[in-house]
Design a protein around this ligand. Structure first.
Ligand code: ATP
Ligand code: MG
Ligand code: MG
Ligand code: MG
Length: 477
């Protein structure tokens, strides 16, 4: 089943259960307290926490999401993307636990002919809050899940809140047992025994209680809410992993074509490499290319901070991973259209805006290739002359200041070379540069140039004349 079909089945199923179907909001979060839309519930927060009245009692969506906190998992676990789509259904004071559990079970395990996903009910495992007897009863008595497949967890593992007094409640997380090939068995009901055998697919959040003051999960439950809410999220890619019987989310139909394009460019075969880092890099490239496409498609432009910097990092990581696989030239013109051609099935606007999207992406790659070609030789020399397996703060600063290497690029390249970076002294030099810029601004006003600052700096970095030269030339540029 194609991902675009899994998506439309979701929406059709909940429409048939009287849900309003809401379009995905952009990846630029409508909630100003977060940079990106990180979950399906983001556009509905006021209705979930009850600060606004919802225009519909039940709604469903397939929401585009970005989670930067998962970036280091990408390519290494089977299940984390920086971009992914979260299917959701929501109830605001309408159905509650029983309704949400019924819907989840019916859609997951109902027959494919009737529009459902047809998964095997015997392979489902559900984690619950240990005091949620109501859900336990619905799952075991009504639905017929084996009680051995229900894992009861303390509040600090399975309880949602907003971090402050207000609504809170338990979760029911559905996992699917993919079998022994994917990791060890759940001993003592632990569905997270390492490995990805028990794939978390769907999280049902029951917004049930009013909570009081307290740190972490240590707060009193003051009573039940009048208007309880349901907030659920199921990873579309994770459903696709199961329904397409793929090893991981990078091998599903919406992602894998980019891996195939990297095979073409590198001459390497995915899945047949002694060195696992090759496959990891191909997966990272496929993920980051797709995330960059979707971010630019939603109006994010590369930049030096905030969202723009996240995009820049994704593009740069993809380009660098390709270099590490042996391809030095521009690669986005070969990769980005491949991702667009699969993603446009669900997001036709990508085709309409393609001219602009590709211009932005290709220009960013060209600029980065120029940065790399001027800085890489210098970097390699720094690696050769590094003392105690550490790149000095002054070197990292020079890379930043003169060659436009952001510190995390230096950190990543250093770690690939088995080196560390003296970040403390790098930060101190950055601070001095800021102070100097401020002093310059003042001096411009007074017309007086204070050269002491440069001499002080020269002493701190060990009197490196060439380094000082760059600084002065950039300072006067
Ligand atoms: P995990 O434990 O696997 O990191 P999570 O508990 O952080 O997932 P939730 O916040 O519960 O995830 O989000 C709801 C659902 O969204 C998850 O059950 C999963 O199906 C999906 N999901 C979450 N993060 C990702 C991601 N980075 N890539 C793909 N799907 C994701
Ligand atoms: Mg997570
Ligand atoms: Mg989880
Ligand atoms: Mg979860």
């Amino acid at each position: 089943m194609r991902t675009s079909e899994i998506r439309s089945r979701w929406l059709d199923f909940f429409a048939s259960k009287d849900h309003h179907i809401a379009p995905s909001v952009p990846l630029i979060s409508p909630d100003p307290s977060i940079l990106f839309t990180i979950a399906g519930m983001v556009p509905f927060i006021p209705y979930i926490i009850g600060t606004e009245k919802a225009p519909w009692p039940r709604v469903a969506s397939v929401q585009k999401c970005i989670r930067t906190n998962d970036i280091d998992n990408v390519g290494k676990t089977t299940r984390h993307g920086t971009f992914f789509q979260m299917n959701g259904n929501f109830s605001f004071g309408d159905y509650f636990k029983e309704g949400a559990i019924d819907f989840a079970f019916e859609l997951l395990t109902g027959s494919v002919d009737k529009g459902n996903y047809g998964l095997d009910a015997d392979r489902l495992w559900v984690t619950l809050w240990e005091e949620d007897h109501e859900s336990f009863d619905v799952l075991t008595k009504k639905i017929g899940i084996d009680p051995k497949h229900i894992v009861r967890l303390p509040r600090n593992e399975n309880f949602w809140d907003t971090g402050q007094p207000g609504p809170a409640g338990p979760c029911a997380e559905w996992h699917y047992d993919r079998g022994p090939a994917y990791g060890p068995e759940a001993v003592g009901g632990n569905v997270d025994p390492g490995g990805d055998r028990y794939l978390e697919v769907w999280n049902l959040v029951f917004d049930q209680f009013l909570r009081g003051e307290g740190k972490g999960k240590d707060y009193p439950l003051l009573g039940e809410l009048d208007a309880k809410a349901i907030d659920t999220g199921a990873g579309l890619e994770r459903l696709a992993v199961l329904l397409q019987d793929k090893a991981n989310m990078y091998e599903i139909d919406e992602v894998y074509p980019v891996i195939q394009a990297t095979e073409q460019l590198t001459g390497l075969k995915y899945g047949q490499n002694q060195d696992p880092s090759v496959d990891i890099r191909m997966r990272v490239i496929a993920d980051h290319v797709r995330s960059s496409l979707m971010l630019i498609g939603d109006g994010v432009q590369p930049g030096n901070d905030g969202r723009g910097y996240v995009l820049r990092r994704l593009v740069r990581r993809a380009v660098r991973a390709m270099r590490l696989l042996g391809v030095d030239r521009a690669v986005l013109p070969d990769l980005l259209p491949v991702s667009k051609d699969v993603m446009k099935l669900s997001y036709p606007e990508l085709e309409q805006r393609w001219g602009q999207i590709s211009d932005i992406a290709y220009a960013e790659e060209e600029a980065f290739l120029r940065t790399l070609s001027s800085g890489t030789t210098i970097f390699d020399n720094m690696v050769k002359s590094a003392q105690n397996k550490t790149i000095s703060g002054a070197d990292a600063f020079a890379l930043h200041d003169t060659y436009g290497f952001p510190i995390d690029l230096t950190l990543e390249m250093a770690s690939e070379a088995g080196l560390q970076v003296d970040q403390d002294s790098f930060r101190a030099l950055m601070q001095e540069q800021k102070d100097r810029a401020r002093a310059d601004a003042v001096n411009k006003k007074t017309g007086h140039v204070d050269s002491r600052i440069y001499h002080e700096l020269a002493e701190k970095v060990g009197g490196k004349v060439d380094f000082l030269g760059y600084t002065e030339s950039t300072a006067t540029a």
